[in-house]
Design a binder for this molecule. Structure first.
Ligand code: ASP
Length: 314
């Protein structure tokens, strides 16, 4: 099982086979992460550049560690301290990085489509680490991997995504991975953030503004932060009102099946979309998602480099 693609730009264009290849390969890398020696030589001699033009904690550290564990050289590049501030275009930045023999460019950018744009000129591998409100493919993959690991399947599961769907790239990547692998996806939140039009993306997607209904049948509840940085006007009267109508708290956990998983891509806003006792409770897999992110990002870099899991002999 190999990938025949140069870039990872989104999950919308991945086939179910490609998605399954990531899940199987990530299982192998998860085992690598549990060994005393957590490193493999798969990317020795390769250079990975983290080009982050928007803030990030988990994703940047996770990509950095993934590349280091594959024995690549890693450079972290943040927009604040770069010539992007002096007016250099993204395309010129790309050509300069490639002149230094960058093999992988991990791009986080506020503009939807930025990685697709760069991929038109790139000799290197472009990996989308989140582009505006469009997609965050490795987050979608690590969420799907976490569900697969805990539930043993994706097909036939009911996954509720709750919160700011409209401005969330995490929602879009999750939606594509999950429906392609046969899950049913329910989107819930205030109607201003969860427009009915999402149902036209795929027949397995349902929109509801009724929280109890969205929670009762769910095998998985994935919570999203309110993306204030992307909202141009307030989509609801106040944070307090959002918390009281849609925040996940102990009382609402009674609507959730005891075997359902509670997920969140982070950063969590305690007391807004999730109360602390839920975030830190038994059903929460939020920190397992972070651990799995590393295995999934190792798998993605490895597959883009032409690797196949069977070669690893693990
Ligand atoms: N960390 C995720 C992202 O970059 C989710 C979030 O910021 O709420 O999209």
């Amino acid at each position: 099982m190999t990938w025949h693609r140069q870039h990872l730009l989104d999950l919308q264009s991945l086939t179910p086979e490609e998605l399954n290849t990531v899940l199987v390969t990530a299982q192998v890398f998860k085992k690598v992460g549990e060994r005393a020696i957590k490193k493999v030589p798969a990317l020795r001699g390769k250079t990975v550049i983290n080009l982050f033009v928007e803030p990030s904690t988990r994703t940047r550290i996770s990509f950095e560690l993934a590349a280091l564990r594959l024995s690549a050289d890693v450079i972290n590049f943040t927009a604040e301290a770069s010539s992007l501030k002096k007016g250099e275009t993204l395309k010129d930045t790309l050509h300069n990085l490639e002149s230094l023999n960058a093999d992988f460019i991990i791009l986080r950018h506020g503009a939807s489509g930025a990685p697709h744009f760069l991929s038109r000129f790139a000799r290197s591998h472009i990996v989308n680490a989140g582009d505006g409100a469009h997609e965050h493919p490795t987050q979608g993959l690590l969420d799907t991997f976490t569900i697969f690991e805990r539930k043993g399947r994706i097909e036939g599961l009911n996954v509720t995504i709750l919160g700011d769907i409209l401005y969330s790239r995490v929602a879009r990547s999750n939606i594509w991975a999950l429906v392609k692998l046969g899950a049913k996806v329910t989107l819930c939140g205030p109607s201003t953030l969860v427009p009915r039009v999402f149902e036209s993306l795929h027949p397995q997607i349902k929109v509801t503004w009724d929280l109890e209904q969205a929670l009762r049948g769910a095998d998985v509840v994935n919570l999203l932060r309110i993306q204030h940085e992307r909202q141009r006007a307030s989509a609801f009267p106040s944070i307090g009102e959002y918390a009281s109508l849609f925040g996940l708290n102990a009382a609402r956990m009674k609507w959730i099946r005891p075997d359902a998983l509670i997920m969140h891509p982070g950063p969590i806003n305690r007391g807004v979309e999730i109360e602390s006792d839920v975030a830190d409770g038994d059903q929460s897999v939020i920190l397992q998602q972070v651990t799995n992110g590393l295995a999934v990002r190792m798998a993605v870099l490895f597959l883009l480099n032409g690797g196949r899991a069977s070669e690893l002999g693990i």
